[in-house]
Design a protein around this ligand. Structure first.
Ligand code: SF4
Ligand code: SF4
Ligand code: SF4
Length: 365
């Protein structure tokens, strides 16, 4: 996906002041002694991402115990954790259509719909901050980037050429268009209801779990290939293939927050561009309006010049970049609290119905 027209038509940049080491006369100047006040952002982001990853692993472990018990006839050892529904985006999209047509919340995977709406809320406020601060797949992707940088690309990460990156970035939008067309155009309410209450939808999370706990040769090849690709291409899955990220990118066009560069303060060192996980040329933008921007704030934390990169609303003065994670995490927390308090978090499907679905799908033990 390309930068929107407003970004593409930014005025020409002033001549760079050079990216080399400062001249001797500058060495003792206040600018050369400047320490970026936002340098703690990446460490905090890692802490938040790892906390979400740990929560995911805990959720997966609890769900595995539930699924094993529900597939048999014995007593349940663990309750079904609603957060597992975050990995059922198709069901959430169908639940959204049902909500729009009938006003009724999805009673099968209610948490999945709540998480989808919360993620859209983060994108409407603070770009694709869900990707940088919440999604565990984004965390793994970033960890693979870190590993690749430490092993293969110690000197400089090779950027994907724009002529290749642009069409490949478009693939995820094609996938999003396919799913949106299928759900919102081709399926009527009857078909949506049939899907949501079908045995397959009831066991979709268990099928997904089996993909990771007992992967076949094809699954191993695909997952291994994606992991290997992420060692040499930053965030290959997220940048090129994830339709969920594409949806958030589309919503992020309405976000009032964006990274802003002051060309007067910029020394053209390009540290911002090198730090960007999705290879946006930040040093050549006045505002980063790209739907690929994840709001990770790596560029702001890497900037080498005072008052040069910041977060802003159009026409306003720069805000603290902490506003981006605060908005993302605040929306997720409020959505979770409201969904729980209003009964839109726990499924209303009885355990016996899950047992029936496991048997119907040949997953009973
Ligand atoms: S692009 Fe998709 S997989 Fe990647 S961080 Fe965003 S939502 Fe998660
Ligand atoms: S432009 Fe900055 S905030 Fe956006 S993805 Fe790149 S590094 Fe992160
Ligand atoms: S915005 Fe900051 S990091 Fe990027 S080129 Fe300018 S001074 Fe360097």
């Amino acid at each position: 996906m390309t930068e929107p027209a407003s970004a593409a038509s930014t005025p020409p940049l002033p001549p760079p002041r050079g990216g080399e080491a400062p001249a001797a006369s500058d060495a003792a100047s206040p600018r050369s002694r400047w320490r970026n006040p936002w340098r703690a952002l990446p460490r905090v982001r890692w802490a938040v991402q790892l906390a979400y990853l740990a929560f995911l692993l805990l959720t997966g472990w609890q769900f595995a115990r539930f699924a094993a018990a529900a597939a048999g006839d014995g007593p349940l050892g663990a309750a079904r954790p609603p957060a597992v529904e975050a990995f059922l985006p198709i069901a959430a999209l169908l639940g959204l259509k049902r909500l729009l047509l009938t006003g009724a919340w999805d009673d099968v995977h209610p948490a999945g719909l709540a998480i989808l709406l919360a993620a859209l809320g983060t994108a409407l406020l603070a770009r694709k901050s869900f990707c940088a601060w919440v999604c565990p797949v984004g965390t793994l992707s970033r960890a693979l980037e870190w590993l690749g940088r430490r092993t293969l690309w110690r000197r400089r990460w090779p950027a994907v050429p724009r002529w290749l990156d642009l069409p490949l970035s478009g693939v995820k939008y094609l996938l999003l268009a396919f799913f949106a067309f299928t759900v919102f155009v081709r399926m009527d309410l009857e078909a949506v209801e049939a899907f949501l209450h079908a045995p397959y939808n009831l066991v979709a999370d268990a099928k997904l779990l089996a993909l990771f706990t007992s992967p076949g040769a094809t699954s191993l090849a695909v997952l291994g290939g994606l992991a290997a690709l992420s060692l040499v291409v930053k965030h290959a899955w997220c940048r090129w293939l994830c339709p969920y990220g594409a949806l958030l990118g589309v919503a992020s066009w309405l976000s009032p927050l964006s990274v802003r560069r002051d060309p007067e303060a910029c020394n053209d060192c390009q540290a911002c561009t090198r730090a960007c996980p999705v290879e946006i040329p930040v040093h050549a933008r006045l505002r980063v309006l790209s739907p690929e921007c994840t709001g990770c704030m790596s560029c702001v934390a890497a900037c080498t010049s005072p008052d040069c990169l910041g977060v802003t609303r159009k026409g306003s003065k720069a805000w603290s970049p902490w506003v981006v994670p605060a908005a993302a995490l605040g929306v997720m927390l409020v959505a979770w609290l409201v969904a729980r308090a209003t009964g839109h978090w726990e499924t209303s499907v009885p355990v016996e119905t899950f047992r029936w679905a496991y048997r119907a799908m040949g997953m009973a033990r």
